[in-house]
Design a protein around this ligand. Structure first.
Ligand SMILES: [Zn+2]
Length: 401
């Protein structure tokens, strides 16, 4: 793989042993559409390791043996690529980048990301905004990235919006991130300018520890995407931008509650379709409504019925994505037996007691937060959430067993 940045335009050329099919780090199969993309709203003089890491979030799935960058990287970054992927990276010759002092929030506007933001009221936001690709047609025009970007602006936080068409480099799924970490390209290229030493993502307990995002549905302390000692964690650290998961120890019920209790409440938006609010008519809206109804202890409020296409996954047997939250909702939403989730009740024996661990924080998640940002997170969790008991910890560590 040969990587070239021309300004903020990324071009990559595959070697004969590279392939146009691959898997993201969560094992999701993906296919390449085109070999260039661009990033806007970023400076062109970042540390070479930042350019290399930003490119790697786009080219990793296609690269088989080696990657050559257009400017020398540090030995530390090359070593992290070799240790994590078995890839020879070069040329080597730059001094490593020293971590900056600040933490930024990778801000999507969803409840998880808003909860992470609430924890660090001084942290600047970096927002990734999808823009059209100049050659690849947009088959997902209902996705309102402009609405999300405008909401991010209204929060009043220090905000950098990076624009990119990198999601159109995929033929399948289209559009999508080649790796989940590609959402960070803008933050990485801005890291010197913003003096960043860490980047906070809104990945919660399910994604970090329960294999939810990877659909493996088992306890995953070794999660290759988000564990500090995983290959991505070490690679980001080598570039002086630590991956930080402020809400990695709490469930989506807790992030929902924290987000809706925060002063950013007005700007929370998990649905990518509606302009004036969530569309209430997609799979994501249905899932989030289940969680919100459980948190607010009220009946489910949705126009969707069992006939709706997006409801079909709930008419099948488990496992479900975000299953821990489904159990949480079944145990707490009044009248759930009269909703489209009625059939799901047959598969679980969920009670408030059996799901109470989802109201507390898994302590090892706080230990993973790098020292400069740990005390603030720990104090916030202590004041607003509380830690899991030993029994509750065991529920996490035997999940899916
Ligand atoms: Zn929706």
């Amino acid at each position: 793989m040969r990587v070239t940045w021309t300004g903020a335009e990324l071009t990559f050329r595959l070697d004969p042993d590279d392939e146009i099919t691959g898997k993201a780090s969560d094992e999701h199969p993906i296919k390449l559409a085109t070999n260039s993309c661009s990033v806007g709203g970023v400076p062109d003089d970042a540390h070479p390791d930042l350019f290399a890491l930003a490119a790697w979030t786009v080219v990793a799935p296609w690269t088989r043996r080696r990657v050559s960058f257009d400017r020398a990287v540090s030995a530390e970054l090359a070593e992290a690529l070799h240790a994590g992927w078995g890839i020879e990276a070069g040329p080597v010759g730059a001094e490593p980048r020293r971590p900056g002092a600040r933490l930024a929030i990778s801000y999507s506007g969803g409840a998880d990301s808003v909860a992470a933001a609430a924890m660090y009221p001084e942290a600047p936001f970096v927002h990734f905004r999808r823009v059209p690709h100049r050659r690849v047609p947009n088959r997902w025009p209902h996705y309102r990235s402009d609405v999300l970007a405008r909401l991010a602006e209204r929060t009043g936080r220090e905000l950098s919006t990076a624009t990119s068409d990198l999601e159109y480099t995929l033929a399948e799924p289209r559009p999508g991130y080649p790796e989940h970490h590609a959402v960070a390209v803008g933050a990485l290229l801005l890291a010197d300018q913003l003096n960043l030493g860490g980047l906070a993502f809104g990945y919660e307990l399910g994604s970090r520890w329960l294999g939810g995002d990877r659909y493996v549905l088992r306890y995953t302390p070794d999660n290759p995407m988000w564990a500090p000692n995983g290959r991505w964690g070490k690679l980001f650290a080598a570039a002086g931008v630590h991956i930080v998961l402020p809400v990695g120890g709490v469930s989506e019920a807790v992030t929902m509650r924290l987000a809706l209790d925060s002063d950013l409440k007005k700007y929370v938006r998990w649905c990518l379709r509606g302009t004036d609010g969530p569309c209430r008519n997609c799979g994501k809206c249905l899932y989030k409504e289940l969680i919100q109804a459980a948190v607010e202890r009220r009946p489910l409020d949705t126009p969707m019925t069992a006939r709706h296409r997006a409801a079909q996954p709930w008419l099948k047997k488990p496992p479900y994505g975000g299953q821990e939250m489904v159990e949480y909702g079944l145990a707490r939403v009044p009248g759930i037996e009269h909703t489209l989730f009625a059939g799901v009740l047959d598969y679980f024996d969920a009670t408030e007691e059996s799901t109470s661990w989802l109201d507390h924080c898994y302590p090892p998640a706080l230990d993973e937060i790098p020292a400069p940002w740990r005390p603030e997170a720990a104090a916030y969790i202590e004041a607003n959430v509380g830690l899991m008991t030993e029994d509750e910890v065991r529920r996490v560590e035997t999940w899916g067993a």
